[in-house]
Design a protein around this ligand. Structure first.
Ligand code: HEC
Length: 292
């Protein structure tokens, strides 16, 4: 045993503030990451919420159909009437030829129901004024592309390992758990991160690996939450009687934080939420009008 040991509880307040600031910011970042996952992958099967199907569709693709069909039954559902949607899908299944595109009036449906968004001004979605761009979407839906996977893989590996470097380092000064459990908690997110990203590639090859993505992602979240809670508790609320002793400075702080939490929840409910909703509505109207 060495005689020099840092414990979170005994750190100088400025260092505690530094660590707490970092942990809080990273936690908010994590929250946004979850929201982003919900909105990109979560909608893949046309229903809100993340499911195994979403993951399979995102990485392996939905190979029972083409991108165009899957979108018309997924996130583009309701953009055209049921009859029009049926006509488009029939045309795709009949070979998606350019002649039939005009003969069957598919071009008119696309012009009337899709081009208001899918035009040359739209940066991230295909322009349906060009037949080639539509034709491309009538191929088998194979999910994530090789180039998008390589890009996202290296960004995640570099970025997330850094987050867990500092979260783990802060947590390593904690004393609640034994060295053995601490080592487990610190090592786990790295193992999960590698498994997670490996399983994206495996899922691209075979859909049975989709549940591995969920498992690894969940494991990463749990280790993050565990290290986060223990670190914060030890810095600010460390006293043995599970949380805080009565009449202690710790109890005082807990009260302040609790009151702050209640106040901010009230503030969000009374002030932020209605204003935010209004802002969102006007923003939505603006975007909608632009797309029209
Ligand atoms: C209100 C605007 C809007 C309308 C109308 C619209 N789309 Fe989309 N479309 C989008 C947006 C935004 C995306 C990208 C997000 C997504 O994939 O869900 C998209 C994506 C797609 C994609 C996936 C493109 C890709 O590269 O993966 C297809 C296919 C598609 N739309 C087909 C259609 C068809 C067919 C219609 C008409 C029946 C239509 N859309 C009408 C906004 C629109």
């Amino acid at each position: 045993m060495s005689s020099f040991k840092i414990t979170l509880n005994e750190l100088d307040t400025p260092v505690k503030v530094l660590f707490t600031g970092y942990l809080t910011t990273v936690a908010v970042g994590y929250l946004f990451a979850l929201i982003q996952i919900l909105f990109t992958h979560g909608m893949a099967d046309g229903k809100f919420g993340l499911s195994i199907d979403d993951i399979v569709y995102s990485y392996y693709g939905n190979r029972s159909g083409t991108v165009l069909e899957n979108k018309l039954e997924g996130s583009m559902k309701g953009k055209a009437s049921e009859q029009e949607t049926f006509k488009i899908i029939q045309w795709v299944r009949d070979g998606a030829s350019q002649n039939e595109f005009v003969n069957q009036g598919i071009d008119k449906i696309i012009d009337a129901k899709c081009v208001m968004c899918h035009n040359e001004d739209a940066a991230t979605i295909p322009d349906f004024d060009e037949f080639e761009n539509i034709k491309e979407l009538t191929m088998e839906d194979e999910g994530a592309t090789f180039s998008s996977l390589t890009r996202v893989s290296h960004i995640h590996l570099f970025g997330i390992s850094f987050i867990f470097m500092f979260v783990g380092l802060i947590f390593s000064f904690s004393t609640t758990a034994s060295s053995y459990y601490k080592s487990l908690a610190i090592g786990m997110p790295y193992a999960f991160l590698i498994i997670d990203i490996l399983s994206w590639w495996l899922t691209k090859l075979h859909p049975m690996f989709a549940s591995l993505i969920m498992l690894a992602g969940g494991g990463m979240g749990i280790s993050f939450a565990f290290m986060w809670v223990v670190s914060i508790k030890e810095m600010w609320f460390m006293e043995k009687e599970w949380f805080c002793k009565a009449e202690s400075a710790c109890k005082q702080r807990a009260k302040v934080v609790f009151n702050l939490l209640i106040k901010s929840l009230k503030f969000i409910r009374v002030t932020v939420a209605p204003k935010g909703l209004e802002l969102l509505k006007s923003l939505f109207a603006k975007v909608y009008n632009k797309m029209k």
